[in-house]
Design a binder for this molecule. Sequence first.
Ligand code: PEP
Length: 250
Amino acid sequence: MRKNIVAGNWKMNCDMAQTQILIEALERAMPAQVNCEVMIAPSTPFLFQAFNLTKGLSIEVVAQNASAHESGAHTGETSLDMLASLGIKTVIIGHSERRDSYGENDAIIKAKVHAVIAQDMRVIFCCGEHLETRKAGNHITAVTQQVEKALFDLKPEQMKQVVVAYEPVWAIGTGETASPEQAQDMHAAIREFIANKFGSEIANETSILYGGSVKDSNAAELFAKPDVDGGLVGGASLDAENFAGIIKAF
Ligand code: PEP
């Protein structure tokens, strides 16, 4: 059975005090019974603090990014060894903000995905189309190409360490959400594409999350779709009640 996952991407928000406040609020707001994996991705300087604050809670602390390089002259970067030494087991790679604002192309993202897997960590691999691409009707081709370029040189065994997050760029931080049908269509296409390469058993085990203005009021209808296995949540993950509401959608 593939896992249902709700992951909060805090992006570049929350200083040290706010990180503590938000985690404590989340602890209070979390339902007594959690029916999915819950992850939060605070900023890099506060990962260790978040890791300590969530000990004993059903919350995994994950990283928003990592370098594909092992060590050395990479000013401002964080290595996977460093993250591993904090206890981090999952890293988000390929977020559209990294692609669009920090020049991460398919080759860089592929190198990062492979480095995360080689570190024996799990990767949340993000993919998604821009609005013009969807309007032109090329969204499925564009997204499956991103999947192919980043993931198709992995071995089938390694695909078990991959979670895919479909995040249409036009829905990220815009308040505009893909309809459940649009999400389902894309998720089914991604799963079929993965099945054609790695086989249906692996494709059926791969969790595919939807990201793009998920909130407590729309999570249930998105998660009700058969190929939507949870959400990667930006803005709403900064509000403990709202994030807990999304978790409760499972
Ligand atoms: C994200 O950044 O991954 C995201 C989906 O953001 P938001 O939920 O704010 O659209």
